[in-house]
Write a protein that binds this ligand. Structure first.
Ligand code: PNW
Length: 549
């Protein structure tokens, strides 16, 4: 029987063009062959995969877990919810074994606060603690190093009800108590911590556009800025606790993960208009990354925000500023896509979930985004622009120069995968990941201090308000049976991590045309092989060895 790999190889060859820069599934060409270029990474480079508690665990009513804002929001307002998700709560051993078989040595996961403290403060749930103890021990026993996010969006519902969630200053000491518990309970074995995942999403989508839990909307942006202010206060105070009370004994590191797209100004022949677009692109960077990164690496909100938001942007006390500055041992960065940017006096912005907003946060930012006809898009409608990743990394290096380096804590893409057969032949994802990793390598050669990369996601999972319709996994999940099947991208990523290198064709150029051609080729190949007889090699020790060879 013809294997998927040889089918794709055949198709890839027949479609080959001078600009193509991947060997998507060319499993038979050793990485050091003369057919292309091997982009080597530093010997201590960290490769891993990532998930988040609410997106994969399921077992929402199991093991004494309390409700989170995502239970409430998704049950009441979304088409799907995380009640079952991937059933990772019950199947974690199988998942960890699969990581080991694929040779994935690092895993980013998050802790569900309401499993540890069902009402957010007070009583500890022993069953929840036991679950994370078992999971952490299982990871370590299988040679997988955990990186733990304390807060990946699933606030205990009781804290939203009683305090108003991130609107209330009291949430900061409450979060600190929870963080202290986690350091106390798991810090003897967990050496890598993240306080928050993507505060931009927490604050803007949760308290501005209402697209995410708790689904609050705010037209003038004041709640958005207040939520962010309290997230930053909570982050700095929790890091201070770790450093003062635990670091000496436990010897770990702690940081934060921020999301940022690249924003490229729309060129204009009129220098004044070009400058306005450049300023607008800079503002988007400030209103997404700078909003959080400036206080942490520079000690204060970006000057543009302070000028344009007025009183709606809360002010830090001198004490808070001092605690914030330097409060992350490294920069955790999640990156998915790029946009072109124009100045917008209208201040109208269409979010990536299609909600149009005026005024408030968007009015302050006064910038509008658009795609480009040469760009491909993922199933999220997000633009595939690997060179934008390189630009962003160099920009972060220049502005923040984070002493502990940059870790890419998420990068990946959703692909339309209507059937399992189409899903496991995910050439598009391999093309996307190859081009983004190669772009990251270029940024590193140009001076960006990138020290690690985590693919999003280990498993297909609950994509928040979009439910199970978007598949980001490198491992397929059958939502009827919860069976896991590694996709081609998982086998390919296993090879990248085993070789500490990604292989690209000779003469590879990261132009838009090259990206577009490469993605089109991958999509064509995927469509063509969808009907062909197919046998995916099962993941066995032998298969992992062959992939690593
Ligand atoms: C991240 N944007 O969310 C989250 O950390 C993950 O939980 C999620 O599954 C993944 O990315 C894919 O969506 C983002 O609009 C949400 O730029 C929105 C954006 C970026 C990241």
């Amino acid at each position: 029987m013809q294997s998927a790999i040889s089918t794709v190889k055949h198709l890839a060859n027949s479609l080959a063009a001078p600009h193509s820069f991947i060997d998507a599934h060319d499993d038979h060409i050793p990485l050091n062959s003369g057919n292309g270029r091997e982009l080597k990474f530093p010997p201590d480079f960290v490769w891993g995969t990532a998930t988040a508690s609410y997106q994969v665990e399921g077992g929402c009513d199991a093991g004494g877990r309390g409700l989170s804002i995502w239970d409430t929001f998704s049950r009441e307002r979304c088409v799907d919810n995380g009640d079952v998700a991937c059933g990772h709560f019950f199947k974690y051993e199988e998942d960890v074994k699969l990581m080991q078989q694929l040779g994935f040595k690092n895993y980013r996961l998050s802790i569900s606060w309401s499993r540890i403290q069902p009402t957010g403060r007070g009583p500890i749930n022993a069953e929840g603690v036991a679950f994370y103890n078992d999971l952490i021990n299982c990871l370590l026993a299988h040679g997988v190093e955990p990186l733990i996010t304390l807060y990946h969006w699933d606030l205990p519902q009781a804290l939203e009800d009683e305090l108003g969630g991130w609107q209330n200053r009291e949430i900061a000491p409450t979060f600190c108590d929870y963080a202290r518990l986690c350091f106390e309970l798991f810090g003897d074995r967990v050496k890598n911590w993240l306080t928050f995942n993507e505060p931009w999403c927490v604050c803007l989508l949760g308290y501005g556009t209402g697209e995410h839990a708790p689904g609050i909307t705010c037209d003038d942006g004041s709640k958005v800025y207040m939520a962010a202010h309290n997230v930053l206060r909570a982050h700095a105070a929790a890091v201070d606790i770790y450093r003062r009370e635990y670091k000496a004994q436990q010897g770990g590191v702690i940081g934060i993960t921020l999301n940022c797209n690249w924003n490229e100004p729309v060129p204009d022949k009129d220098p004044a208009a070009a400058q306005r677009n450049a300023d607008a692109a800079h503002r988007i960077l400030m209103w997404s990354l700078g909003w959080f990164a400036d206080p942490i690496w520079r000690g204060e909100y970006p000057p543009e925000m302070r000028q344009r938001c007025g009183d709606r942007l809360p002010a830090f006390t001198d004490e808070e500023k001092a605690l914030l500055k330097g409060s992350s041992d490294f920069l955790g960065l999640n990156h998915y896509f790029s946009d072109f940017v124009k100045d917008s006096t209208k201040g109208e912005f269409v979010s990536h979930w299609g909600i149009t907003s005026k005024g408030g946060y968007f009015g302050d930012m006064a910038a509008t985004t658009e795609g480009h006809h040469t760009w491909s898009q993922t199933d999220m409608g997000w633009n595939v622009v690997p060179w934008g990743f390189k630009e962003l990394l160099l920009w972060c290096q220049e502005r923040y120069n984070p002493p502990g380096g940059i870790y890419i804590t998420e990068n990946g893409c959703a692909v339309p995968e209507p059937t399992k057969e189409s899903s496991v032949k995910d050439c598009f994802r391999v093309a996307y990941l190859t081009s983004y990793i190669a772009a990251m390598h270029e940024a590193m050669e140009a001076g960006a201090d990138v020290r690690g990369y985590f693919a999003w996601s280990f498993l297909d999972n609950f994509e928040w308000s979009l439910g199970y319709s978007k598949r980001f996994g490198i491992v397929h999940v059958d939502y009827d049976t919860l069976a896991r099947t590694p996709k081609a991208s998982a086998h390919w990523f296993a090879r990248v991590t085993a070789h500490n290198a990604v292989h690209i064709r000779d003469g590879a150029k990261f132009t838009d045309a090259a990206t577009r051609h490469c993605v089109a080729k991958a999509v064509a190949a995927a469509a063509a092989i969808a009907a062909a007889p197919f046998a995916m090699p099962s993941i066995s020790a032998a298969a992992s060895t062959r992939l690593a060879a």
